[in-house]
Design a protein around this ligand. Structure first.
Ligand code: 5GP
Length: 315
């Protein structure tokens, strides 16, 4: 594991609110508990539980969002998450998050993202380069700190409407100079229809944004086929493909973001020994190891590398 920590790494599939430290979640829960907004012991129970089936994970996200979604907390968790990845030698981080609108606290998708950017600028453990032209950094002249590249993907949640998805794409276009490079489609895979998101994703692609899709977390072969036909730049997970869709994916050479611990903990894949990572790796299909939600699944990118090395050695 030590070697896996020391080697410079690239993280391309990390959800901001899934990567929050447990200690931070507890601290936030205690504050909201003291204010009477939530019951601390209920929240503690959920955060401590080991039960992380796919269905339960989305309930947990709803709870995390109650704890984190105000501007100052979004800033805080962004700073902490970037510093945590930097601490294990991630040199290029593509962090994804769903811009959230909450009228009751004066939050728009834009102001949510401004809070994220403020968190990035507050990072103090490394120098962060966050603009494509390399012009925007938090560096001071003569700094000798380590350097890290950070880019953002804006996520569309499958609960959202076509209009809300389009708003996210327009925001991504507005924020290109601030390191936003693309769009992700995520959220509960049994919610929503591909046709709802397609117009916004098409527009995003036409405008030159990169697209990555959560694809095949459940065995909906029709949707998987439609997603591959769309030719996204990457897909995440690819767990429940039938033979025909595997063949299509491999011939289209669409890179796969592999999230080993997440797939096992959510019981999407029953054991590491039968995970498709080994097959894709041996077939030299483009892939990248990722954490998905290092907080929710208690993992780190170094642990994912370690796990992958043990699984690919087995046969
Ligand atoms: P956020 O976008 O709020 O920063 O990060 C949490 C959100 O990411 C969740 O509410 C969910 O929409 C998405 N997410 C995190 N992990 C997963 C996953 O394993 N599968 C899917 N489909 N979505 C996820």
């Amino acid at each position: 594991l030590e070697w896996c920590v020391s080697v410079p790494k690239v993280e391309l599939h990390a959800h901001l609110n899934g990567s929050v430290r447990n200690s931070t979640l507890f601290e936030l829960a205690r504050v909201l508990g003291d204010k009477g907004v939530i019951v601390f012991s209920d929240v503690e129970n959920v955060i401590m539980k080991d039960d992380r089936t796919l269905h339960k994970v989305f309930k947990l996200f709803d709870l995390i969002h109650i704890l984190t979604t105000d501007h100052s907390t979004v800033t805080r968790i962004t700073k902490e998450v970037i510093e945590d990845f930097a601490a294990e030698n991630v040199v290029y981080l593509e962090l994804r998050t769903t811009p959230k609108r909450n009228d009751s606290i004066g939050m728009s998708k834009r102001s949510y993202m401004d809070a994220v950017m403020e968190g990035l600028r507050a990072v103090s453990s490394v120098d962060v380069d966050y603009s494509p032209a390399g012009l925007k950094t938090n560096t001071f002249n003569g700094s000798t700190r380590k350097k890290m590249y950070v880019r953002f993907l804006l996520s569309i949640d499958r609960r959202e409407s076509t209009e809300a998805a389009m708003e996210t794409v327009k925001l991504a276009l507005e924020m290109r100079d601030l390191g936003v490079v693309g769009i992700d489609l995520s959220g509960n895979p049994i919610v929503g229809n591909w046709s709802t998101f397609l117009p916004a994703l098409k527009f995003a692609k036409e405008q030159g944004l990169y697209i990555t899709l959560h694809c095949g977390e459940v065995p909906n072969q029709e949707e998987i086929k439609a997603m591959i036909d769309f030719l996204p730049h990457r897909i995440g997970h690819a767990c429940c493909f039938d033979e025909e869709n595997w063949r299509k994916l491999k011939s289209a050479k669409i890179p796969v973001e592999i999230c080993l611990t997440s797939n096992i903990r959510t019981e999407t894949i029953s054991s590491i020994d039968i995970h498709h990572f080994v097959d894709l790796y041996k077939a030299k299909h483009p892939l990248v190891l990722c954490t998905d939600d290092s907080g929710v699944f208690s993992t780190s990118l170094s642990r994912e590398y370690n796990l992958a090395s043990s699984s690919s050695r087995k046969d």
